[in-house]
Design a binder for this molecule. Structure first.
Ligand code: FNR
Length: 373
């Protein structure tokens, strides 16, 4: 029996791990597998968590915490905390309200959200819902970005960019790491890629088992550097590239005018054997300097994880699977609660470390742990 979602946060949930543990009972087994799975032997999936366990903290005693804040500014926009919701496809798999519940939760908590090309409600509806929710709550609208999966026909990619601009999205995130994915879930009736309706050639994400890839339309439609050049020339919005791990790729993206990078291994879902973004972050910061926003995702599950990532040079982090866990358990209330938990955990960690601002989180607050913590 699949449990229906709760209308409010059930008792006993105090961490994101609690949401993960509770979520399975609320989801059909194939949807649970789809959310949780990693590529291959799931070594990268495991590494995404282990990378955080290899760092401990070194607090400053009796630091002056007055005037402390988790706030930051990104592309001229105020963010209350260095936390955004990662693009996650088909959120109605986890809850009937899907993206709309997550959008309302983000608006209520003032958290940034990145809507996926593969959202199960349209990008216009997401933008409209975000504005409505902020207005009703008397809050400033929270940052809203659009994640672009390039489509085989450039006219379709262009149409998505123009629609995102017209709807009021404030940045475009070009995902480059999941051009070709192993066969995925077959979507239940009523759940579809709402943004891609009417497009004639859809981006092929599913390669049925054993299908040849190289030399086929699948490989031909994978993103290339010239696509980034095109996107940069096409929109005046900030462009971020999501899904790179290599210094030289980062440098090249910056040279081509990328306004920010999102280091990611796609939550361990695409290629097993990749390092965690946390592992490559310090080296990459050395290679490209400190001025450009560099966000990371993959494996972030607590405010302590956020503090470690920021101390090692990230500007902000993205939250992936926990969105689906919280949605499945308690819809909008769950998603809002999960964001609240992370924010308060980050504040608690910063206070304990003697770091009143994000700038105070430096590598000197960390100690490398040899062996498991
Ligand atoms: C994703 N991710 C993803 N990324 C993207 O750019 N566009 C998308 O549509 C999706 N869809 C998607 C669906 C599901 C079910 C998952 C789990 C992930 C990747 C996502 O944005 C992010 O990179 C990872 O989820 C981060 O890792 P964690 O937080 O899940 O460990």
């Amino acid at each position: 029996m699949i449990k229906p979602p709760h209308a409010t946060v059930p008792p006993g949930i105090t961490t994101l791990a609690d949401y993960e543990a509770a979520a399975q009972a609320h989801l059909p087994p194939e949807v649970w597998r789809h959310i949780q799975e990693g590529a291959g032997e799931e070594r990268t999936l495991a590494r995404n968590r282990a990378a955080f366990a290899r760092w401990g903290f070194l607090p400053r005693a009796m630091a002056d915490l007055r005037g402390g804040t988790t706030a930051l500014s990104l592309f001229g926009r105020a963010h209350l905390a260095p936390l955004m919701l990662a693009p996650i496809a088909y959120q109605r798999l986890a809850h009937p309200d899907g993206e709309l519940a997550v959008t309302r939760a983000a608006a209520a908590l003032g958290a940034g959200m990145i809507a996926s090309t593969l959202s199960s409600v349209s990008l216009e509806e997401i933008a409209h819902t975000a504005r409505d929710a902020s207005r009703q709550l008397g809050l400033a609208p929270s940052p809203l970005w659009f994640q672009l999966y390039l489509q085989p026909d450039r006219a379709d990619s262009l149409a998505l960019v123009r629609r995102a601009e017209a709807a009021g999205f404030e940045a475009i995130v070009l995902t480059v790491d999941a051009a070709i994915k192993p066969a995925g879930l077959s979507l239940p009736a009523g759940i579809e890629a709402a943004n891609l309706k009417g497009m004639t050639r859809l981006r092929q994400t599913a390669t049925a088992g054993g299908r040849i890839i190289l030399g086929t339309a699948l490989a031909d439609a994978a993103p290339r550097w010239e696509d980034l050049e095109w996107l940069r020339a096409t929109t005046r919005l900030p462009v971020l590239v999501k899904g790179m791990l290599l210094d030289e790729d980062a440098r090249r993206a910056v040279e081509m005018g990328a306004d920010g990078l999102i280091l990611s291994n796609h939550g361990g879902r695409v290629l097993d054997g990749l390092p965690s973004p946390l592992d490559v972050l310090p080296g990459l910061r050395e290679a490209i300097g400190t001025s450009l926003p560099v966000l990371i995702d993959s494996g972030i599950r607590s405010g302590a994880d956020m503090a470690k990532a920021i101390a090692l040079g990230t500007t902000a982090v993205l939250l992936g699977r926990p969105q689906m866990h919280a949605l499945a358990v308690a819809g909008m209330a769950g998603a809002a609660h999960a964001l609240h938990l992370l924010r308060t955990e980050l504040e608690m960690t910063m206070a304990q470390l003697g770091c009143p601002t994000l700038a105070d989180l430096t590598p000197r607050r960390l100690i490398r742990i040899h062996g498991e913590f």
